[in-house]
Design a protein around this ligand. Structure first.
Ligand code: UD1
Ligand code: MG
Length: 462
């Protein structure tokens, strides 16, 4: 098929009241313009041009490849934005889809259908419209008495009776390329916003006797455009539901979709169960048969299969098959847990590697550490990795046993099979197989308690 696409994404998005360009605000964990790009790619379009302007390099840098960039130096309106794609479309014949970067719910099937109908009707332009209960804010589609599309009027330019029209312009169009740029050049900016409106091309073409058509989208929620943060929240909710439904249909149990938040970018293996109050974000990847939650937050976490995570946070880390995490563990970036590791309650890990079957069951901090296999780290043991200036490494070799409340003052190494005495502050390496003890010797003072009582309250003691 000879079909190109232009995505308009040069606007600042003034109504977002944000320092970030509107199209980079995220929906379901992806920039909204990324969703539009994905839909266009999935619809089978190969030549895609993204028109950027406000913070254009930031926008261009944020998206994945396979897209040509055109710059709109000044944001003079949607028609002017489309004109900037002229060079990129030079020599391309056929038709072009035009979309806005702020409608992330659009489905590829809808785009394909629009194109099909457009070519079937042989139109110069076919606009995708929707019937909304509350059309406020959108351009209205004005039809002649015989039902033909005559023009689109923006909310700000509309007469009161036009504002009552509930059929709106979704901002998605299919154009015949031949003649398009001449038509755009003929448009004027004499409207409420002083902008070159792409929507005016409808009236222009209709006036020229060119065939103009409209296709109505079935599911109106699909075309919701995001202009402010209330709409961002509304679209987020729909997107989230879509992601959860896709996951459920692929064999994942989501116990309570209302309290589960999973980004569109996340992958989950089948038969995993996600319990309530769970957030799974970014490039997280979860294997089969895991139990995640309740109350887990995984961001950029890669989990193997049969992993359990309860009431815990894992960021930018890798967790092997069969690991058990939590409750109340905090696994910070840079951790690698091999198969069968246990990280229990009130344990914090950072930049630490734990070998197969090692355990940190309670109340520990392990940071900047290389821990071998089969190691047990007793309750309250911590690595002292930071001396106020430098971070240093702690190494604990295979099958070592770290006694409760050991302080491991890095850089330090505990050899294979070595043991540290509970309560020790270990500042020197412990050789393999040795016991390292570093604490005051215990002294017992006979009858001390009774004597103390007499000293404090002689009358009672008598
Ligand atoms: C636009 C349509 C409106 C439609 C609505 C659907 C026009 C004039 N109006 O209004 O009929 O109902 O979308 O959501 O087209 N942009 C540029 N350069 C510019 C101006 C805008 O690239 O100079 C881009 C924006 O980044 C955005 C898109 O075009 O992605 C639409 O702009 P926006 O300001 O959101 O237009 P709406 O007011 O929503
Ligand atoms: Mg908009």
């Amino acid at each position: 098929m000879q079909l190109a696409a232009v995505i308009l994404a040069a606007g600042k998005g003034t109504r977002m009241k944000s320092g970030l360009p509107k199209v980079l605000h995220k929906v379901g964990g992806r920039a909204m313009v990324e969703h539009v790009l994905l839909a266009v790619k999935k619809a089978g379009v190969q030549k895609i041009i993204l028109v950027v302007g406000y913070q254009g390099n930031l926008v261009a840098g944020a998206i994945e490849g396979g897209v040509e960039i055109a710059h709109q130096r000044e944001q003079l309106g949607t028609a002017h934005a489309l004109m900037q794609a002229r060079d990129a479309l030079e020599g391309v014949d056929g038709d072009v889809l035009v979309l806005c970067g702020d409608t992330p719910l659009l489905r590829p099937e809808t785009l394909r259908d629009l194109y099909r109908q457009h070519t079937r009707m042989g139109n110069a332009v076919t606009v995708l419209t929707a019937e909304l209960a509350d059309p406020a804010g959108y351009g209205r589609v004005i039809r002649s008495p015989d039902g033909r599309v005559g023009r689109i009027v923006e909310q700000k330019d509309a007469a009161p009776e036009e504002l009552r029209v509930r059929e709106i312009n979704t901002g998605v169009y299919c154009f015949r390329l031949r003649g398009l740029f001449d038509a755009l050049a003929a448009l004027r900016s004499d409207n409420a916003q002083g902008e070159y409106y792409l929507t005016d091309i409808i009236e222009y073409y209709a006036g020229q006797g060119e065939p103009v058509g409209a296709v109505r989208v079935e599911d109106a929620s699909e075309i919701m455009g995001i202009n402010d943060r209330r709409q961002l929240a509304a679209v987020e909710k729909i997107m989230r539901r879509r992601v959860l439904e896709r996951l459920m249909l692929s064999g994942i149990t989501i116990m309570d979709p209302d309290t589960t938040f999973i980004d569109d970018t996340v992958e989950i293996g089948s038969d995993t169960i996600v319990y309530p109050f769970t957030f799974i974000e970014g490039k997280s990847k979860i294997g089969e048969n895991c139990n995640i939650g309740p109350s887990a937050r995984l961001a950029g976490a890669v989990l193997g299969k049969d992993v359990t995570v309860q009431y815990s946070v894992i960021t930018e880390s890798t967790v092997g098959d069969g690991c058990r995490i939590g409750p109340y563990a905090y696994i910070r970036p840079g951790c690698v847990l091999e198969r069968g590791v246990k990280v229990g309650d009130f344990v914090e890990l950072k930049n630490a590697r734990l070998g197969e079957g090692s355990k940190v069951p309670h109340l520990s901090y392990v940071g900047d550490a290389l821990v071998g296999r089969g190691v047990n780290i007793g309750a309250g043991a911590i690595t002292c990795n930071y001396d106020g200036e430098r971070k240093s490494l702690t190494q604990i070799e295979d099958n070592a046993f770290i006694g409760s409340n050991t302080n491991l003052v890095a850089p330090v190494r505990v050899g294979a099979g070595a043991v540290t005495g509970a309560g020790s502050t270990i500042t020197k390496d412990v050789p393999p197989g040795a016991l390292g003890v570093a604490r005051g010797k215990q002294k017992n003072i006979a009858d001390w308690a009774a004597r103390k009582k007499r000293l404090v309250s002689p009358s009672k003691a008598d």
